[in-house]
Each structure stands twice: as structure tokens, then as C-alpha cells.
Design a protein around this ligand. Structure first.
Ligand SMILES: [Zn+2]
Length: 214
């Protein structure tokens, strides 16, 4: 999902030693991070959206619930250089949750096409260089087999993403493992019972425009 950056690497304080991408500043906590650890916010037709696409002026925020909730209209207005009037952080969290779910499912599909996917509880061996996620409706026995593995959505949706039937678990090998872990982190950070009900009544802009480019 990285694009080659034309700007030279900068050497500010950050969370990683990798200096191949310029660091960005979270508009909420003001920490400098690699772009991969941040979400990009952009105004589209007057609405603030999570934009995976580059281009136009964007503001960055950590993949963290506290940073998304801590966004203010003032900090976003300064970063985007246009007034941001109606900031709704709950709607943004909904947005982030949907984006994360779709991106993780896309990553599972991509892993399948690249031969980097191991489907099914029985075949999965937990390894450091792979990312494992289990279905939310996996059986108790399956959970014991893969204890400590984070759960995601239902097995029929996991399976559909992989072009297969119901799946209790999938393992994704590098180089896609990191990407999958990133989206699951965002998915967890952006969900809660309150947000889920909120997401149902206040749909945020769809993300069909985010599917290309990364
Ligand atoms: Zn932050």
C-alpha cells in the first residue's frame, strides 16, 4: 500500500527507524509517524472523510480511538487550510470502522490470489511472520486450538473474501501480514456498541473511491 515518496526522508523523532517515507504529524496528538501508521482525512464535497487516496490536501491522524475522538475543528481547519465546521468524530469512527473492515477483507482476497493465504483452523500454524485472525462465530474447540488469536467478523464473510465457503480462521503471510494487522488494529480501535448503533443510523460516505491506488 506504499507509494514511492518523492520527498527526501526526514529525521524527526518517530516510532520507527525506517526513514524511507517522510514522517507525518497526527493532528490530534502531534506525534510524528510513518504515513502507514496514520489515517488520512480529507474534505470531499464539504464532508470530512477517511481518504485512502493521495492527492489534495489531507490531514493525518493516528490509527487510535483516542486520537480520532480527540480531533478538533480547529486543528483540522489548520491542517486542511479550510474551515471545518461540522466535525463529528463518532461518524469518523464509523467511517474508519467500515474502511478497516473492507480493507482487511480486500487484503484477505489479495492474499488468496497471491498464494499467501492459509484457510481453515486445522491448517494454520501460528508463526511470527504471519497474521492470523479467527471468525467471530468460530466454535469453542476452534478457539482453544487458536487461543490468543484476535477475532474479526463472521466466518461466511471471511470465506467470501477468500472466494471460499465458511472459514473459521485465516492466516496471511508476509508481505501482506503487516497490512492485515494494521487494518484489524483500526477495526478494533474504531468499534464499540455505541458506535455500531450510531453507524446504523448515520451512514457516512461510501468508500468506492478508496479502492484503487493503494
Ligand atoms: Zn495521534
Amino acid at each position: 500500500m506504499n507509494k514511492v515518496m518523492s520527498r527526501p526522508a526526514s529525521h524527526r523523532e518517530g516510532d520507527t527507524n525506517d526513514v524511507t517515507s517522510p514522517l507525518r504529524t497526527c493532528v490530534s496528538c502531534r506525534r510524528h509517524r510513518q504515513p502507514d501508521g496514520l489515517l488520512r482525512l480529507q474534505l470531499m464535497q464539504g464532508s470530512l472523510v477517511m481518504a485512502a487516496k493521495r492527492g489534495g490536501r489531507g490531514a493525518h491522524v493516528c490509527v487510535k480511538r483516542e486520537c480520532i475522538k480527540g480531533l478538533t475543528a480547529g486543528s483540522l481547519s489548520r491542517a486542511l487550510r479550510v474551515p471545518v465546521a461540522d466535525l463529528d468524530t463518532d461518524a469518523l469512527l464509523c467511517d474508519a470502522n467500515r474502511l478497516a473492515q473492507r480493507r482487511l477483507l480486500d487484503t484477505i482476497g489479495l492474499a488468496r490470489r497471491q498464494g499467501a493465504l492459509t484457510p481453515g483452523v486445522e491448517r494454520i500454524v501460528k508463526r511470527n511472520d504471519s497474521f492470523v485472525v479467527v471468525a467471530s462465530d468460530l466454535s469453542e474447540r476452534g478457539r482453544r486450538t487458536l487461543s490468543g488469536v484476535p477475532s474479526f467478523i463472521e466466518g461466511h464473510e471471511l470465506g467470501r473474501a477468500a472466494g471460499m465457503g465458511w472459514l473459521g480462521a485465516v492466516s496471511i503471510a508476509e508481505p501482506l501480514a503487516k497490512q492485515a494487522a494494521y487494518w484489524l488494529t483500526l477495526w478494533y480501535e474504531s468499534r464499540s456498541a455505541q458506535d455500531a448503533s450510531r453507524c446504523g443510523v448515520a451512514p457516512t460516505p461510501e468508500h468506492s473511491k478508496c479502492s484503487d491506488g493503494e
